[in-house]
Design a binder for this molecule. Structure first.
Ligand SMILES: Nc1ncnc2c1ncn2[C@@H]1O[C@H](COP(=O)(O)OP(=O)(O)OP(=O)(O)O)[C@@H](O)[C@H]1O
Length: 336
């Protein structure tokens, strides 16, 4: 099972530029989480801070008792081996075949025999649906295939935590839908903790168990997906609706006068509640996601602390049967 990642009071700047401050959240073990946020809000910086590649000035990132910010470098290096990373462009070596690209971490970080490496690589290639393409160079395949190859490479060291930075960038809507399914299928197969940074609203709506959003140098919210999907916070509502009207401007923030003018123009249309679409299920033939039952228990344990709209959405989700096996629903209306 994946490992919990606990982030406490994380604050990062570059010189005088503050990126975000006091970010506190927990990525629950084995669950899928998404981090949203307008461009330039420091989502990639956040991912790099989780693996200890960037060092925030304040706060802690705790993984199995190791603090990725403040622990000695050799502990951070060891803990980094628990991660699988998928970068925006797949980050493949152009002169190597897909097979050699995917085998690279195994050849670099383990002493496994070539026969064992072949077995692992071909297994991962099958998981991401690239069987038959292993001999191709990255330049000979499509962007979507390169991303899947990047994902296969992220999987070869059996990661317990997977970070994906904008896995959808450059993909068409159909390829993005396949990728969403692949991420859920992957979670069902390996039960790793996953954090996906994306701008894509379809991924955000259908893939994660939990969602957060960075804006104006802060974490606006992080929690069960229903909290963000029902949030009336203007920045969240604007982002999820993909509207121009709202606090997010082209250069990230708008001034008060522009906002007031828009508020009149948008009026009641903006206040319409959003429908929550069901979360994706693993493809037929795959095992159920083990995270579903754990998540259900966790979320029902905290339901009384959540906003009313999120509570009702969660109850509706579980009444439909998602994650049903373990926990009886509380009596209707209790805690609401
Ligand atoms: N190593 C660095 N040194 C100085 N500034 C940096 C460094 N890395 C990132 N930044 C700055 O931090 C800010 C946040 O960058 P980041 O790439 O994390 O944003 P993002 O939310 O991932 O954006 P996008 O969605 O466009 O990819 C940017 O202003 C960027 O210029």
């Amino acid at each position: 099972m994946g490992i919990e990642v606990v982030v406490e009071g994380l604050t990062k700047s570059f010189g005088r530029q503050s990126i975000w401050r006091d970010v506190t959240l927990t990525l629950p073990a084995g669950e899928v989480s998404v981090m949203l946020g307008p461009s330039g809000t420091g989502k990639t910086v956040f991912l790099k801070s989780l693996i200890g590649l960037l060092k925030p000035e304040k706060g802690r990132v705790l993984i199995n008792g190791v603090d990725m910010v403040n622990s000695p470098e050799r502990d951070v290096y060891e803990t980094r081996k628990l991660f699988g990373l998928m970068f925006q462009d797949g980050a493949l070596f152009g002169s190597m075949s897909l097979f050699d690209n995917i085998a690279f971490p195994l050849r670099e970080h383990t002493r496994k025999k070539e026969s064992e490496i072949r077995r692992i690589v071909m297994e991962r290639i099958e998981v991401v649906g690239l069987l038959g393409a292993e001999g191709k160079l990255p330049g000979e395949i499509s962007g979507g295939m390169r991303k899947r190859a990047g994902l296969a490479r992220a999987l070869v060291l059996d990661p317990q935590i997977i970070l994906c930075d904008e896995p959808d960038s450059g993909l068409d809507p159909v390829r993005t839908a396949y990728l969403s399914q692949l991420l859920i299928d992957l979670n069902a197969q390996i039960d790793a903790t996953m954090l996906i940074v994306t701008h894509n609203l379809d991924i955000a709506a259908t893939v994660p168990d939990n969602m957060g959003m960075l804006f104006r140098r802060e974490l606006v919210t992080f929690g069960p997906r229903e909290v963000l999907l029902t949030s009336e916070e203007p920045v969240v509502a604007q982002f999820l609706a993909g509207r121009r009207e709202g606090p997010i401007g082209m250069s990230e923030e708008k001034d008060a006068a522009a906002l007031a003018a828009e508020a009149d123009a948008v009026g009641a249309a903006a206040a319409r509640p959003r429908a929550i679409v069901p979360q994706l299920e693993p493809s037929p033939g795959l095992p159920p996601r083990r995270a579903v039952a754990r998540r259900r228990e966790r979320v029902m344990g905290m339901i009384d602390q959540l906003p009313p709209a999120a509570r009702s959405a969660i109850r509706r989700t579980y009444e439909r049967g998602a994650g049903a096996p373990t926990l009886p629903l509380p009596a209707a209306g209790s805690g609401a």
